[in-house]
Design a binder for this molecule. Sequence first.
Ligand SMILES: Nc1ncnc2c1ncn2[C@@H]1O[C@H](COP(=O)(O)OP(=O)(O)O)[C@@H](O)[C@H]1O
Ligand SMILES: [Mg+2]
Length: 505
Amino acid sequence: MPVRVTSSGVVGIEAHRVDVEVDVAPGIFGYETVGLPDTAVRESKQRVKAAIRNAGFDFPQERVIVNLSPADVRKEGTAYDLPIALGILHASDQVPGVELDGVVVIGELSLSGEVRPVPGTLAMAMLARADGARRIVVPNANWVEAASAVGVLAQPASTLLEAVALLRGEVPERAPPDDTPLPEVDEARPDLRYVRGQRAGRRAIEIAAAGGHHLLLSGPPGVGKTMLARCLHGLLPDLDATEQLEVSRIYSVAGQLPRGRLVRRRPFRAPHHTASCAAIVGGGANVARPGEVSLAHAGVLVLDEFPEVDRSVREVLRQPLETGDVVVARATRTVRFPARFQLIATMNPCPCGWAGVPHAPKPCRCEPRAAERYSGRVSGPLRDRMDLQVTCVPVPAELIVGDGTEEPSSAVRARVQAARERQRVRYGPGPVRSNADLPIEALETVCGLDAVTRSVAQDAMERHGLSPRAFHRALRVARTIADLEDADSVARRHLAEALVFRGAA
Ligand SMILES: Nc1ncnc2c1ncn2[C@@H]1O[C@H](COP(=O)(O)OP(=O)(O)O)[C@@H](O)[C@H]1O
Ligand SMILES: [Mg+2]
């Protein structure tokens, strides 16, 4: 009789059920895997054989057929090693008393029979629960994430032998794993108290943090653009429980959960401007892995020196900026990853950095039109999506060397949290988390513009050639400015300030 072990695979961040059927029949020795296996799955034969022998069992000297179903879905990765090995042992009567009903099994095997971690365990555990499984046997290293899928018992196995013992009910139930948050790495977190001057930049960072808006900081070198950008993270609230699972699923698939624990802090990614398109957007030779835009989901993506970022990367960013997800095209299929991040970009006005800077200490040394070409690298459609655009100017020396104090991040953070709380109450649970997520349909009701404010808007569109998209984005920013003031509707001054940040007032 063939034996069936329920397992699971992931495509993107979605898990799907895979049944591993094993038949061991008398005949000439052979070992075959069918059901669209990829290279990693085909190679599992060698690992499974060695692991079975090294765990002290016999690899059956008969005809072994492993069928992975459904047959029309390509099977990727190494998570089927453990269920295949257990299926072979069971089908060859070497593990009497093993109970496979209502159990999902995943895990890679080493040649010596250790169970190695697999990406995507969190999504698989959530699927197991949704499918009504009672328990899921997972690699030890994936225990914490699996256990966070409440409603299904997650059991860790560190070796093939331990997995057998678990399925025989010989291992006493263990207390849930330790999931206490990791201590904050004590890296000196940049603080707004050290940023002198830059009134507009500071204000923009506060609004961006409060509403989740995209921000473009331009200006000459050394005026504090990077400093400001790095301060944003410290102003944001931690992820709520739903977001923790959402973000952790992505990190799980990327194999980047911090020491196997859930992600609690809002992601902050700052890839170098030389990063490749695949690193930013996602991709990979065999299995599609999320890129920086997805690792920044529900958090911040900082792209410093934005015009220096590869052109293909800049253009490909338009999609996630608009839709909140990204499609990674591969040879066999396309995979969609969430990518609702907040973009903070910085740029110089020209290659040398000093074009058009008032009271510049150095004159611009670039060729004529170089500045135009340089800033043109941030194309119209891309610039349209930058909700807040600020030009930072050099700070007077007396302000830098003076003993004055600036408002610390903690004070700004308190206002940001209050504004975020207003949004949370207004939007309730659901896809809209902050004003930046507001769909057009909801803008009218949520903003409640009066006639005067409408005429300001119309004037801005007509006189500054503001596109409808830019206008809607300005409205969302205005909503955030109103929230920072604890105001119920968007008044003229809120919209006016939002328009200033688009250079349209
Ligand atoms: N506004 C400012 N307030 C205090 N220090 C500043 C300011 N601007 C620049 N600095 C100093 O100069 C350094 C470089 O600033 P940075 O943010 O990297 O400039 P930019 O990104 O605009 O080129 C900072 O690390 C800090 O020491
Ligand atoms: Mg910089």
